[in-house]
Structure formats: C-alpha cells, structure tokens
Design a protein around this ligand. Structure first.
Ligand SMILES: Nc1nc2c(c(=O)[nH]1)N[C@H]1C(S)=C(S)[C@@H](COP(=O)(O)O)O[C@H]1N2
Ligand SMILES: [Mo]
Length: 229
C-alpha cells in the first residue's frame, strides 16, 4: 500500500493535471493528425523516428562547453515563482520522493535520435504538484548550474514522461549528460531538457530561454520538424 505522502502527491498531481487536461490533449504529440516521421508507432501513436532524424547508437554530448561539477552534497533543487509552496530540496529529500522508471527516446535538433533509453528519476509533475502552481501559472523556465535556461508550457511539463533523471542506462547520470540531475522531455527536442538542473521557476507568462532567444523554435515539436523560429 502506498504511504500517506505518496497518496498526497498522487492526489495533488491529479488535481493539477485536471487544470491542464484540455491543453495537454491539444499538444501536437497528443493531437497532431499528421505527425511527420518514419518507423513503427511509438506509444503515443507517433512515428518512431521524427522527420529528418537519424538513429544513433552512441550518445553525443552537447552543451555550452561548461560542465559544472556539482557535488551531491551541494546540489539542491529549487521550485519557486508562481507557486503556493516554494520548495528547496536537498539530494536526500529529492531521492525520498516517489521514484519513476521509464524507457523513452531522445531527439536532438542536430538530427540524431537515441531510442529506448532506460531512465530513473522523479516525474516533474511530482515536484510541481508539491509546489502547487498558482491558478494563473502557465509556463515554467528551468535554470541550470551552467547558466543555461529553457522554457516549457505547463501542459508539456506535466506529461508523464517528463522526468528529472539521476540514472540513465542503469548508471548514475554522467556529468557530461547533466549529472547529478537533468530534465528529459521525450515529446520535444532534447534542448528543452536542462542538464545540471538547479531551479524551476513557475511563470504566469512565457519567457524564452537560451536557445529560444537564439532562433530555435519555442514549441520544439519533433513530429512537425519544428526546429527553428
Ligand atoms: N544545462 C544545460 N542543459 C542543456 C544544454 C546546455 O547547454 N546546458 N544543452 C541542451 C541541448 S542543445 C541538447 S541537444 C541536450 C543534449 O544532451 P546530451 O549532451 O546529454 O546529449 O541538452 C540540452 N540541455
Ligand atoms: Mo541541441
């Protein structure tokens, strides 16, 4: 039987998702009648490999060239902005949250896709449910330890497969891929997932992040080949 804390989180998540249900169903990955890509369908009914992407076996490293070494003892996750309950979680508190395993695909805008990556972490919807976004909250921006930022609408951020991951392919997430903790957004291009995540700021309006300000698409939907703005 799930413990009391877990039950509270599940209820808070359901309540929060209710507010965004209609908008979640309108996101391209849920509603697009003509997804662009090839290969068998994935579990969302989208072609497995989005248009213009090539499957890679390796896992390239892409970032701004600064890899901040954050020790687990110093790492913290802040959730603030338009929330009822701002959070500051230590590594220990983060690891005590309900843990989630998933296998999903990783699509980089530079045209490679890595399929079937096993991940472990915490659903972003879990920390959002705990922080309780205010009624007027609509977006978030993520701030990473290297200074990188990227934004998401809450209807994308609340999806089941959007995770704060600490483990990939059965091993602690390597520094190069954003360890100790990064975000993944399997239904959007990978730049929407901040490596070395530090702070999640809830917003009442959209605010473009690092690449969104430099010509990348704000919406970043792989099955619309939605790469640039
Ligand atoms: N903090 C941070 N996160 C980031 C980036 C970055 O420069 N800094 N680059 C983004 C980009 S452009 C991509 S494609 C993916 C790459 O993740 P990977 O290096 O694990 O393949 O991380 C995204 N997250
Ligand atoms: Mo990228």
């Amino acid at each position: 039987m799930p413990d009391e804390k877990e039950t509270r989180i599940v209820e808070a998540r359901l309540k929060l998702r209710d507010r965004f249900q209609a908008r979640m169903q309108q996101t391209p990955a849920a509603a697009d009648p003509r997804p662009q890509g090839h290969g068998p369908q994935n579990r969302h009914g989208m072609p497995r490999v989005p248009a213009g992407q090539t499957v890679t076996q390796g896992w390239p490293v892409l970032d701004l060239g600064r890899q901040p070494e954050v020790k687990i003892s110093q790492w913290e996750l802040i959730v603030d902005g338009a929330v009822e309950e701002p959070l500051k979680l230590s590594w220990k508190q983060f690891m005590e949250l309900p843990q989630h395993e998933d296998v999903s695909d990783f699509h980089c805008v530079t045209t490679w896709s890595k399929l079937d990556v096993p991940w472990e972490g915490v659903q972003l919807s879990t920390v959002l449910a705990l922080a309780r976004p205010r009624p007027e909250a609509s977006h978030l921006t993520t701030h990473a330890y290297d200074g990188y930022t990227t934004n998401l609408p809450l209807e994308e951020a609340l999806k089941d497969d959007v995770l704060l991951v600490h483990t990939a392919e059965g091993k602690p997430l390597p520094l190069g891929h954003g360890g100790p903790v990064r975000i993944i957004t399997p239904q959007l291009y990978a730049w929407k997932g901040a490596k070395w995540i530090h702070r999640i700021e809830i917003l009442t309006r959209d605010r473009p992040g690092y690449w969104e300000l430099r010509g990348y698409s704000n919406t970043a939907h792989p099955w619309r080949n939605d790469r640039y703005s």
